[in-house]
Write a protein that binds this ligand. Structure first.
Ligand code: ZN
Length: 161
């Protein structure tokens, strides 16, 4: 049984750093909610300072140093410019933008999250389907075009040699 437990500890390396990142994120979000809401009155300099920004900056430093990828949601909830924890309605504004002509194309919808502290924007396309990975696209082209398939095979042979 001792052997099994040793394998379990090996399966999650840097477990303490994951715990530290989770703790820093929770603390920063909590403190950002406690602070007075950020307003738009003075866009020239940062309005929110102090502990929440420090904690998220530490969080990013820990993840970079240990080469731990932040989760999708956690990464999106931190401003990359000023390290403010982005909380919708409190420290950030969320809107959907569509710059196509007369906003007719649903595939041009972009989710824009703007930091109220430094006015930096994060933009995520939400209407468009994500392009397939290169390997999957190659497989699709092989299935459709037999000439392309021959070419693909010859390319693979060249790589193999
Ligand atoms: Zn910011």
């Amino acid at each position: 049984m001792a052997k099994g437990s040793a394998n379990q500890t090996r399966s999650v390396p840097n477990k303490h750093l994951h715990a530290r990142i989770a703790y820093l994120h929770q603390a920063a979000t909590h403190l950002a909610l406690q602070a007075p809401a950020v307003t738009h009155t003075d866009p020239s300099n940062l309005q929110q300072r102090g502990l929440p920004l420090l904690l998220t900056a530490q969080l990013q430093a820990v993840s970079q140093k240990a080469q731990i990828r932040l989760s999708h949601d956690m990464k999106r909830s931190i401003c990359e410019a000023c390290s403010t924890p982005l909380i919708p309605g409190t420290t950030s504004e969320t809107r959907i933008e569509n710059k196509s002509r007369a906003e007719k194309k649903p595939c041009a919808d972009v989710l824009v999250i703007q930091c109220r502290n430094c006015h930096a924007e994060k933009r995520f396309p939400i209407g468009a389907q994500r392009q397939k990975r290169k390997a999957e696209r190659r497989l699709a082209s092989v299935a459709v075009d037999p000439k392309g398939a021959k070419k693909q095979v010859s390319e693979v042979e060249m790589v193999g040699v």
